[in-house]
Design a protein around this ligand. Structure first.
Ligand code: ATP
Ligand code: MG
Length: 250
């Protein structure tokens, strides 16, 4: 048991210790603390979901962990690097090389084709992926035929799959997903979930915020947030267990 814990810590791709986030309060000019001392870790190849009532701090936490927001205090490491100690420029480089993002929308650049969108993060990271590498990534999400199409002519599910193909090309240490199936119908959502699952099976960590408890139940672990704290962690949760935990956190 102790050894297992040691191994899991060694393989943590993401660690967060005592993360707090305050925002300026809307009225009286003070501050309001939204995240209170949150600690989590995610291992390579592990898929973890963050669930919880609306306003519990899920998106804020995800953004702090992904280096898109700076925590007010606490330590966040990605790949063993303390991201709070990085300059904005070095943080941007780490994000480009080691981190993937799948958000509910606005994932793709409208003026670029699917193939160009897939190649973009790799190019920004200084690589020049071969056409066949791009084609293979699009094939793995079954969208090879749309390589030269632009996002405007694709369905939401297709756009989300292009975003996943883009992630496959970079092979990031960790993929952050905020409501990746939120805008999709059930069948498209399942397909996106299958693909995210395959991203984690291929060795990347996946950390996903979702309201969809069926999706969350596909994870190895569910983290239930309540009012900016970790209320509960569930290993290999069922949708029913997640529902009970979220209801208890409301
Ligand atoms: N930039 C900000 N300034 C001030 N308050 C903020 C800011 N961003 C978020 N909040 C507040 O922090 C709390 C948590 O917001 P957050 O968006 O993280 O919740 P969430 O769990 O993602 O909710 P939802 O399920 O509705 O997406 C809310 O009360 C919100 O109003
Ligand atoms: Mg949110």
């Amino acid at each position: 048991m102790a050894k297992e814990r040691l191994d899991s810590d060694m393989h943590a791709v993401l660690t967060a210790s005592d993360v707090r986030k305050t925002f300026p309060a809307a009225s009286q000019g003070g501050e309001v603390e939204i995240l209170h001392s949150v600690s989590v870790s995610v291992r390579a190849g592990e898929m973890v979901s963050i669930v919880g009532p609306s306003g519990s701090g899920k998106s804020t936490l995800l953004y702090c962990l992904a280096g898109l927001e700076r925590p007010s205090s606490g330590l966040v490491t990605i790949d063993g690097v303390d991201i709070g100690a990085l300059s904005p420029r070095r943080l941007a480089v780490l994000r480009r090389r080691r981190v993937g993002f799948i958000f509910q929308s606005y994932n793709l650049i409208p003026s670029l084709t699917a193939a160009q969108n897939v190649a973009l993060p790799a190019r920004l990271a200084g690589r020049h992926p071969a056409r066949q590498e791009i084609t293979a990534a699009l094939r793995s999400v079954e969208l090879e035929a749309l390589a030269d199409s632009r996002p405007g002519s694709m369905s939401g599910g297709q756009q989300q799959r292009v975003a996943i193909a883009r992630t496959l090309l970079v092979k990031p240490a960790i993929v952050f997903a905020d409501e990746p199936t939120g805008a999709l119908d059930a069948a498209s959502g399942r397909r996106v979930l299958d693909l995210l699952r395959s991203v984690s099976d291929a060795g990347s960590a996946v950390l996903m915020v979702t309201h969809d408890l069926e999706s969350a139940a596909r994870s190895d672990r569910g983290i239930v947030l309540r009012d900016g704290t970790v209320h509960q962690e569930l290993a290999e949760p069922t949708p029913e267990q997640l529902l009970d935990a979220v209801a208890a956190a409301a």
